[in-house]
Each structure stands twice: as structure tokens, then as C-alpha cells.
Design a protein around this ligand. Structure first.
Ligand code: FAD
Ligand code: NAD
Length: 403
């Protein structure tokens, strides 16, 4: 009998964890497992704010996929997925066309710009390792250029961060530590630099614990970061951003750098795949399959699941992506054996938001944490993610152990 082909698209937390779990459950001759990813490395999306600010090297954020897959069981293909057609069971890639018996789509997130004019063109997004490197280099270029200019344009030294969600706040935490280093390196007086966070909602980290949010804002303000709250960005231009301050009141913030961190959507390839979706996210069945396509699983940020307790979607997080991957792998094996699939039940352990290397806030298993304790917890979480995919060797190679 022909072995089934399991095709996994994307080696992010969802896709790579699915493969790592599958290779433990499936014997060498039981299935052809093919993993397709744009790069031959996986990157820790959850560390991209550090690489973007320049507080961590982009190399530290990524590791080789071949180091964590069992090459006897998994074929890795470095290729870009160009199209998915679930009706004809075909996946077009830069390395040719693939078909499958079971498909797992784990192509991750893209920054959401909500159609706001100019953002696509003039704002940078913390999207992947290369984008992070570009943000780091762009900020550094602005500092370097300012110091060589005869007529100095101080707006070069203004950084606007759009969105005070977790990504925006974590990036600001890193900037708070990085700016003094850049000022020293390029002989820029600290008071010339402005870092402004613009948030549409009436509070920072909407929906998070108000006491922890207050702590975060206090800590970031102490590092010179300004907040403009309840003032959505409505346009971006080459000179900066326009924000809405009232019914008919607008302000223009001139800035040399605009980083957009105001939300995510699923990978746009989902939109042309033939699967019903909302902003490229698929409202999956309880067992993580795409509705109407019993051989297609969606994992990670491309999947949408409703938390019935509050009737709102679960946030797209690495924590949930990795948990989903365990169920997806088990369910593929169940289908291969003709058994019933099982329901995915998320186990929410809490949230820790970093405020720079030695500071953080966290709500973990009902306990509120701030400062060093929260920061240590964040490193434990980061190291755990490495351990879950690559065991102790990967954790030792890439982990965060400096307290
Ligand atoms: P991704 O991690 O986005 O991986 C997708 C993979 O698919 C990538 O390898 C990519 O290269 C590949 N790919 C994309 N398109 C193609 C293509 N066309 N062809 C081939 N390959 C392709 N979550 C938490 O739980 N905790 C945190 O602390 C946390 N911190 C975060 C910090 C930041 C700055 C950001 C941006 C996000 C953070 N998140 C956090 C959210 C978390 O990173 C995402 O939920 C998670 O990465 C989703 O995993 P994924 O596997 O769906 O996608
Ligand atoms: P988000 O959706 O959580 O936050 C985006 C923020 O941008 C919101 O506060 C929103 O009000 C604001 N916004 C939207 N439109 C705006 C506009 N026009 N002008 C100004 N502000 C605007 O998105 P995110 O922070 O990118 O996070 C994405 C996902 O990743 C979330 O699920 C988040 O929980 C997760 N994440 C988790 C962590 C962590 O656990 N430490 C860190 C980063 C990201």
C-alpha cells in the first residue's frame, strides 16, 4: 500500500512543532513527511523585537531546521509556497508542485495595516528575521546620518511605534535600552531622540491587567518613551505619521522611522486557497481541520479558534501554536490508522511581556509578576520553547541564561 504523504507548509512554531511531534509518532516506513519552508532556518518570532531594536543579533534568533528534524523520516524542502489549491490538492512552490494526502498549513502571520494609506510603503514591520535586521539597520543609519549632516534634521532621531499591544510594548522595552547605546556610539545627545508610541485604544495593552499596564508605562516613560493614547494613526508618509486626536483634530509627527506593530492577520496565501477565511485566518473545526476539507489542518496564526467562555477568538500566540501542533500530529496519526480525531483544548498558562532584558510584567497562572521575577519567567518561557522543539542541545546553544 502507498504510504500517505504529509505535507507541512511553514517551519514556524506551528509547522515545525507539528513535524517534530509527528517524527516521534510515525515510523520511517509509515508516511512520507515533507516540510516546506522559505528558509533553511526557523526563527523565534517571539524574539524579533530584540533583533529589531539591535539588542540581540539576528543570528541568535534563528537556528537550522536540519538540526531538529529526523532526516530519516522527514524530507525538508527549502522553497517558497506560491499557491495552495485545496480543491485539486495541489501546492505550487518555487521548487515545483506538490500534492498530499494530509496537508498542514502553518504559514504564520503578516502585519495588518487595515488599509491605512502609506503604511505598506513607509512603515517597517517586525515580520521576520530579515525585516528585523532592516529595522535595526534603518534606525542605526538615521543616527549615523544625523551625525554627519551639516544642517541636522532632528526628526531623523524620532521613532514612532504604531500600536501598544504586546509586540509594540516589547519593542519599546528594547529601544529603551538600545537608545542610550546608540547615543553613545554616534555622539547624539539623548534629548534629541524621541520615541513615541501611538495607540488607537484608550489604554496601553488593551484588555491586560491595569496594575501591570501601569507598571509597564511607568518603566517605559522613565526611559524617555512617550505615549499618545486614543490617537489612531490614520496615514503614513515618507516624513512620518498623521494621528487623529479628536473629531476633526489631527497631528503630524515627523519621524525618520515608523515601526508598525498594530496587529496581525494570517498569511495571504490562505485567501486564494479555496478555504473559507477571515483576514486570512481559518475558523477551524475542533480537531484543527479546515471546514469542508477533512485532509487539511491549519496550525498557528493562520488558525482562528473562538474562546467560548468569552466569545472572542484566542489570541494568535506561539504558546497556542505549539499546543495545537501536538494535537495536529496526533490527529494525522489517528486518521492514518482510521481512528477518530480528538478536540484541541488550549491550556492557557498566562502572558509575560518583556520590557527589556531585565524587566517584564506577567500574569502567570493567576499570579502577577513584575521586574526581575517576571523577566526570569520570560527567559524560562523562551528556553522552554527551544527545549520543546530541539531538546537540551538546542536550548544550550540558543537559550537565554544571563539573568
Ligand atoms: P510563524 O512563526 O510566523 O512561522 C511561519 C513560518 O512560515 C516561517 O518560518 C516563515 O518563514 C514561513 N513562511 C511564511 N510564508 C511562507 C511561504 N510563502 N513559503 C514558505 N514558507 C513561508 N507569542 C507568544 O506566545 N509569546 C510571546 O512572547 C510572543 N512574543 C511575540 C513577539 C513579537 C515581536 C511577535 C511579532 C510575535 C510574538 N508572539 C508571541 C506571537 C507569535 O510569534 C506567533 O503567534 C507565532 O509566531 C505563530 O506561529 P506560526 O507557526 O503560526 O507562524
Ligand atoms: P495586538 O493586536 O495584540 O495589538 C495591536 C495594537 O495596535 C492594539 O492595541 C490596537 O489597539 C493598536 N492599533 C490598531 N490600529 C491602530 C492604529 N491605526 N493606530 C494605532 N494603534 C492601533 O497585536 P500585536 O501586539 O502585534 O500582537 C500580535 C499577537 O502576538 C497577539 O496575539 C499577541 O498576544 C501576541 N504577542 C504576545 C506577546 C507576549 O506574550 N509577550 C508578545 C508579542 C505578541
Amino acid at each position: 500500500m502507498k504510504r500517505p504523504t504529509v505535507l507541512v507548509l511553514g517551519a514556524g512554531y506551528g509547522g515545525l512543532s507539528t513535524v517534530v511531534n509527528l517524527q516521534k509518532l510515525v515510523g520511517t516506513d509509515e508516511a512520507d513527511i515533507i516540510l516546506i519552508n522559505k528558509n533553511d532556518y526557523h526563527y523565534e518570532s517571539t524574539w524579533l523585537h530584540e533583533a529589531s531594536a539591535g539588542t540581540l543579533s539576528p543570528d541568535q534568533v534563528r537556528y537550522d531546521i536540519k538540526d531538529v528534524i529526523n532526516k530519516g523520516k522527514v524530507q525538508f524542502v527549502k522553497a517558497t509556497v506560491e499557491g495552495i489549491d485545496v480543491n485539486s490538492k495541489k501546492v505550487a512552490t518555487s521548487a515545483g508542485e506538490y500534492t498530499y494526502d494530509y496537508l498542514v498549513i502553518g504559514l504564520g502571520f503578516e502585519g495588518e495595516t487595515f488599509g491605512i494609506t502609506g503604511l505598506d510603503k513607509y512603515a517597517l514591520s517586525i515580520a521576520n528575521v530579515n525585516a528585523a535586521r532592516q529595522i535595526r539597520d534603518h534606525i542605526e543609519y538615521q543616527f549615523a546620518t544625523w551625525s554627519t549632516e551639516e544642517t541636522r534634521d532632528d526628526a531623523r532621531l524620532t521613532i514612532v511605534v504604531g500600536g501598544a499591544g504586546f509586540s509594540g510594548i516589547e519593542f519599546l522595552g528594547e529601544l529603551g535600552n538600545r537608545i542610550p547605546e546608540l547615543c553613545a556610539e554616534y555622539d547624539v545627545p539623548k534629548e534629541k531622540v524621541r520615541v513615541v508610541c501611538v495607540e488607537a485604544a484608550p489604554m496601553v495593552l488593551p484588555g491586560f491587567d491595569p496594575e501591570l499596564v501601569e507598571y509597564a508605562v511607568r518603566q517605559l516613560e522613565a526611559k524617555g518613551i512617550e505615549f499618545s493614547i486614543g490617537t489612531p494613526v490614520v496615514e503614513a508618509t515618507p516624513e512620518g505619521v498623521k494621528i487623529k486626536k479628536g473629531e476633526e483634530e489631527f497631528e503630524f509627527i515627523k519621524a525618520g522611522t515608523v515601526v508598525w506593530a498594530a496587529g496581525v492577520r494570517g498569511n495571504r496565501l490562505i485567501e486564494t486557497s479555496g478555504i473559507e477565511n477571515m483576514r486570512a485566518r481559518v475558523k477551524v473545526e475542533k480537531d484543527m481541520r479546515a471546514p469542508g476539507f477533512p485532509d487539511v489542518f491549519i496550525v498557528g496564526d493562520c488558525a482562528l479558534m473562538i474562546n467560548e467562555a468569552i466569545n472572542r477568538p484566542y489570541p494568535p500566540t506561539a504558546q497556542i501554536a505549539m499546543q495545537q501542533a501536538v494535537t495536529v500530529a496526533q490527529n494525522i496519526v489517528a486518521l492514518m490508522k482510521g481512528e477518530n480525531t480528538k478536540e484541541f483544548v488550549p491550556e492557557l498558562k498566562g502572558t509575560v511581556c518583556s520590557l527589556g532584558e531585565h524587566d517584564a510584567i506577567g500574569d502567570v497562572m493567576g499570579r502577577k509578576l513584575t521586574g526581575t521575577k517576571a523577566s526570569i519567567m520570560k527567559k524560562v518561557i523562551d528556553n522552554r520553547a527551544l527545549y520543546m522543539i530541539g531538546g537540551v542541545p538546542l536550548m544550550i546553544k540558543k537559550g537565554k541564561f544571563k539573568l
